[in-house]
Design a binder for this molecule. Structure first.
Ligand SMILES: Nc1ncnc2c1ncn2[C@@H]1O[C@H](COP(=O)(O)OP(=O)(O)OP(=O)(O)O)[C@@H](O)[C@H]1O
Ligand SMILES: [Mg+2]
Length: 286
């Protein structure tokens, strides 16, 4: 170990030839290897009014470009936690947050943070699809136009790509001017995902994205998560254990505002360390 540390110090010297070689080697290192943690959550507490203490001393490191599933009984704080990550809780009266959340090392609750930009970087999809009452095209182009992209050619290209990624393009390409509210629930959810990924977020928060969908639409959403996993850090809340096991790399079990256990999905589902987790995943909870 000591020898390795010595080598590293030497190659960091800007004067040596080795440092040039090391620099080239570093170009091949992915961000994931260099900075494996995307989101750091420290001593996070959340209160709704003085009476509801919804998150209690949450400490969690969320790995970059992986899928992390959040499971736990209704009311345990999963949605509250997700909403802290793009400051959606700012919109709720009487909601107080204490503790730190850093994304790529940056404190997202710092007063200088541009919240609109944070929400672009950290996209969120809710349980109930919420397309705007606009055309399919305008839904996906919405955030891009806000960013000032006016060129129809560029918009067309990004809209098509986002719809393809969201596995919706073939179903809507001939009716881009139709109102998004005419789509089925499963199509609306994929449209909302397309709208979210069109602005190229780094992080995707999916709060029970498939809970109101039929098995075929659910499968499409799961395939989509699979396709996106390499490029995005994905956090998904689900009540469906099989879904969590199928789509995620890591899993977090929460109960009554506490983070009970976080581990690789495989370990959490097959060999959990906490009895509470085991009781929950085997259905003996409560
Ligand atoms: N806007 C709010 N005002 C007051 N209390 C709230 C608010 N939103 C959530 N809560 C409370 O905070 C706690 C955590 O709620 P949260 O919605 O985060 O749970 P959840 O794990 O997402 O549950 P579910 O699985 O049912 O979606 C609950 O006790 C809930 O009643
Ligand atoms: Mg919820």
């Amino acid at each position: 170990m000591e020898e390795a540390a010595d080598n590293r110090e030497q190659t960091q010297d800007p004067q040596t030839d080795e440092s040039v070689e090391a620099g080239h080697a570093a170009e091949n290192v992915t961000e994931e290897e260099l900075n494996p943690i995307c989101i750091e959550i420290r001593k996070l507490n959340l209160f709704y009014t003085k009476h509801v203490h919804a998150l209690r001393d949450i400490h969690l490191d969320i790995p970059r470009n992986k899928v992390t599933a959040f499971i736990g009984p209704s009311g345990c704080g999963k949605s509250s936690l997700l909403r802290c990550l793009n400051r959606m809780n700012d919109l709720i009266d009487d909601c107080k947050i204490k503790g730190k959340i850093r994304i790529d090392g940056e404190d997202i609750y710092h007063k200088q943070v541009d919240v609109a930009n944070l929400r672009r970087r950290v996209g969120m999809v809710f349980q109930k699809p919420n397309p705007f009452p606009k055309s399919i095209y305008d839904n996906v182009a919405y955030g891009l136009r806000i960013q000032g992209i006016g060129s129809r050619r560029i918009l067309d290209e990004i809209v098509e790509n986002a719809l393809r990624l969201a596995a919706l393009w073939d179903e809507v390409k001939d009716r881009m001017d139709a109102n998004a509210l005419e789509l089925s629930g499963g199509q609306q959810q994929r449209l909302v995902i397309a709208r979210t990924i069109a602005v190229q977020p780094e992080i995707l928060l999916l709060d029970e994205p498939a809970s109101s969908l039929d098995p075929i639409s659910t499968l499409k959403i799961e395939e989509l998560i699979n396709d996106l996993r390499e490029k995005y850090t994905i956090l998904i809340v689900t009540h469906n254990m099989q879904q969590a096991a199928r789509v995620s790399d890591y899993a977090a079990f929460m109960d009554m505002g506490n983070m009970i256990e976080f581990d690789s999905t495989d370990t959490l589902f097959t060999n959990p360390s906490e009895k509470q987790t085991e009781d929950y995943i085997t259905g003996r909870y409560g």
